[in-house]
Design a protein around this ligand. Structure first.
Ligand SMILES: [Ca+2]
Ligand SMILES: [Ca+2]
Length: 70
């Protein structure tokens, strides 16, 4: 069960420039910080694509939350 406050914190941690969306580059950096150095930017793009509901190639909090709460 995902908690929206936790999700918000996690989202803000990944969104390093604070513009309210997560790009592939930000996602890759976040995974690398968690120790997953195998994720390249193109892998991060694919992961984002599977969660990107409106096709703008970045993750909004709503999309992030929808993914977590599934
Ligand atoms: Ca961002
Ligand atoms: Ca999107």
């Amino acid at each position: 069960m995902a908690d929206i406050d936790e999700a918000r914190k996690q989202f803000e941690r990944i969104d390093t420039d604070g513009d309210g969306v997560i790009t592939a580059a930000e996602f890759k950096t976040a995974l690398a910080q968690e120790g997953d150095w195998n994720v390249t930017e193109s892998v991060a793009e694919v992961i984002i694509k599977t969660r990107d509901l409106n096709g703008d190639k970045v993750l909004s909090f709503d999309e992030f939350w929808t993914y977590l709460s599934k």
